[in-house]
Design a protein around this ligand. Structure first.
Ligand code: GLV
Ligand code: MN
Ligand code: MN
Length: 401
């Protein structure tokens, strides 16, 4: 019996399990992600798929000779800190299971098929989401990428070098990109759209515009007991004002979201007034104008609060991606192949969103009964994962046959 996607997920359930946060912490080129890469290579080789790692650390497992017009599927194996088991790995395991299913029925692809694992999709280590696909497509300057630093001060250049890649070769990879004729990513749904529709599988319509901004507030480090309130320049105050402004600003722009999920005071002691506070803002809206409006309002509030406390603030855009509308032809073809699967918009970013600017791209979503994602409660029933595999195999067969 070939492995199901659920079997394959079970096989990696210990890798990167985060006992402190719960869920999984698997980040680009860290120990857990490297172990998953080895696991993926072994699974691919056991299926006689030829494994290649491209210049940017993305892994490709080829069924057929790598060549132009390939039908590529896959996702990522990294997670957010304390993330769920499905975001990313379901797309990889479903792709392997779809290859098994197609082979079991004797299908022989006319066009090559590849299963891809993109590097550091969540940006959980180096801060920029979809890093592997951005590098592949030239959507990030390789010099800027090489300088990205993880929380321990390790640069991306150092991390890829330790993983056996040449950091000088990071950057747009026209040879790899030219092989991709179409890209189809299967993903756990990150909301309750399919639950509400009563459908196990859907297709993606669009992705919100979204980006990340780092605010660094600088005040004066000092003693929590000995410093009079009037003498303080505490950067935690404007940082807190930013958190509240994010909710306020997003509630004024229809359909937008703004989140502070990470805030780091330096040096970070209970009895210490911080000298600096870094705050990361994630903002999303239907389009660029909406996103900018939200970020501009939050920035204005942060600057005003900083000035009031005698602090300074710098703002750095760490990543941005415009609204994605998936290729209508491939979306409709995919939905029709699945007997009229519903199309859903999503607020989550994906490598498919990056690839969509270069090749016809589609996404399949698998129902998530909790509607939760980026947290341990993220879930998909085995039967729905199996339905996702059947759907993916159907689409691959039509595209590659
Ligand atoms: C990734 O899943 C994101 O939407 O940030
Ligand atoms: Mn994610
Ligand atoms: Mn994902």
């Amino acid at each position: 019996m070939p492995d199901t996607a659920t079997d394959l997920l079970a096989a990696i359930a210990d890798v990167g399990a985060d006992r402190r946060r719960g869920g999984f912490s698997r980040h680009g080129f860290d120990r857990a992600e490297l172990e998953l890469r080895e696991w993926f290579a072994a699974e691919a080789l056991s299926r006689d798929l030829a494994v290649r790692t491209d210049r940017n650390g993305n892994m490709w497992a080829w069924w057929g000779e790598p060549g132009p017009d390939a039908v590529v599927t896959g996702s990522h194996l990294d997670s957010v800190p304390g993330g769920g088991a499905f975001d990313g790995p379901l797309g990889v395991t479903a792709a392997l299971a779809a290859v098994d299913a197609l082979r079991a029925k004797g299908f022989r692809p006319v066009r090559p098929v590849a299963v891809v694992v993109f590097a550091e999709e969540e940006g959980g280590r180096f801060g920029v989401p979809c890093l592997g696909s951005r590098l592949l497509t030239g959507a990030i300057d390789p010099d800027a990428a090489r300088r990205l630093t993880d929380p321990d001060g390790v640069t991306l250049a150092e991390a890829v070098s330790a993983a056996g890649l040449d950091p000088a070769r990071l950057g747009r990879d026209d040879d790899a990109l030219a092989t991709v004729g179409r890209f189809v990513e299967l993903h756990v749904e990150q909301g309750r759209g399919l639950v509400d529709l009563g459908a196990p599988v859907g297709v993606a319509g669009s992705i919100l515009a979204h980006g990340r901004w780092r605010f660094t507030f600088t005040g004066e480090g000092n003693h929590a007991g000995a410093t009079l309130l009037g003498d303080r320049r505490d950067p935690m105050l404007p940082a807190s004002a930013l958190v509240l402004a994010a909710r306020r600003a997003a509630s004024q722009v229809d359909g937008s979201r703004a989140t502070v999920g990470r805030l780091v005071p330096n040096p970070g002691g209970t009895n210490v007034i911080a000298s600096t506070v870094d705050v990361w803002l994630d903002a999303r809206a239907a389009d660029a104008a909406g996103t900018r409006a939200v970020v501009d309002e939050i920035t204005a509030a942060a600057r005003a609060a900083a000035a009031e406390e005698g602090c300074s603030v710098t703002v750095t855009e760490e990543s941005y991606g415009d609204t994605v509308h998936f290729d209508a032809g491939l979306r409709d073809f995919t939905a029709d192949a699945l007997g009229g699967a519903p199309a859903l918009p999503t607020g989550a970013g994906h490598d498919a969103g990056i690839l969509a600017a270069h090749v016809p791209t589609a996404m399949l979503f698998v129902r998530n009964p909790t509607g939760v994602s980026h947290a341990p409660a993220e879930f998909a029933e085995a039967a729905d994962c199996a339905a996702g595999v059947v759907a993916l195999a159907t689409v691959l067969e039509r595209l590659a046959g």
